[in-house]
Design a protein around this ligand. Sequence first.
Ligand code: NAD
Ligand code: GLY
Length: 372
Amino acid sequence: MPSYETLTVELGERSYDIHVGNGLLAEAGALIKPVIRSQRLIIVTDENVAPLYLASLETSLKAAGLTAESIVLPAGEQTKSITYFEQLIEQILAKKIDRKGTLIALGGGVIGDLTGYAASAVLRGIDFVQVPTTLLSQVDSSVGGKTGINSSHGKNLIGAFYQPRLVLADIDTLDSLPQREMLAGYAEVAKYGLIDDPEFFAWLERTGNDLCDGNKDHRRQAVVMSCKSKAKIVVEDETEQGRRALLNLGHTFGHTLEAETGFSDKLLHGEAVGLGICLAFDLSAHLGLCPQDDAERVRAHYAAVGLPTSPIEIAGVMWHTDALLDHMQSDKKVEDGKVTFILARAIGEAFVARDTDMADARLIVDNAIQQD
Ligand code: NAD
Ligand code: GLY
């Protein structure tokens, strides 16, 4: 009886499995061995994750007859930058990786996005495996092949679609995650219910607090459900020509708030997405697209688990509407000068809106940053 569940992202010759379970790090060597093409393995991780899980991963690889070198980078969003990308590439090349070699990303979305992008570039593309250790990376960033780094012009503006060979989500690694990071990841979990699965959202309304407080069964179920939802969308639209854009629910407002806080830990990515989702529902209700009750239900749920639901709750930030609107105009979701929003007709009925009047978006931002 396997201690994990397996989903497959069906993308033809680029298909891969996502294993979700408890104690999976101990099985990582045996699970990784069948997907690698040479013995050259390099683990990329960060300074917080390395002392917690690097040795377990190495031991597990060793038990499967594999050895890996490792590269440990500073933790945090600032590492997803051109500077660290260059450093990482140089370190990988210095370790004499070969074209059949594999990078193993052990960490959160920062390490996964950066390592995946490095894998896409080194020797014109080598394999990589995702071992996500945050809730956010287990439910979102490790799946679907969006890799990349930030630019001074905005978030994730440099990158590639590049699928991993395998994803191993060990639920037990979430035990050491700071609660604030857990909640940030939870914002993305609820996103899947809000996009197209109202029953999942209703289940989260019942279980969300337990899940965030440590209930492992609920965590595992939520990760499996989220990966299923994401995999389904990615299979339909791998390179975001249409439906995949729904996964950006909350991101137009969210990235803007993140940019204004300088991608710092004043506001975590998942927190920004949660705030952005509240604002996207506010905009939908303001435009008469979605019942006001639904917008209130979304905000009430995020507040109930302990997430911020208004930008004014973020300490030490002076928000300015003009600056926020400027960031919005430089996001990569701008097409022909038009900002794309993901709006909703109800909970579980999100859609892509490409013709939103910016005066309406301005009003929502203005209202959101008003101090009473
Ligand atoms: P992160 O990688 O910065 O991790 C958060 C913090 O938790 C870091 O300090 C990290 O060192 C620490 N950490 C990681 N695992 C831990 C563990 N098990 N125990 C204790 N500490 C641990 O942040 P994140 O929230 O995982 O990812 C955010 C990034 O993901 C953003 O850059 C965002 O743009 C990106 N993202 C990408 C996609 C995608 O599709 N590629 C989707 C969503 C988000
Ligand atoms: N996180 C958005 C996507 O993967 O498309």
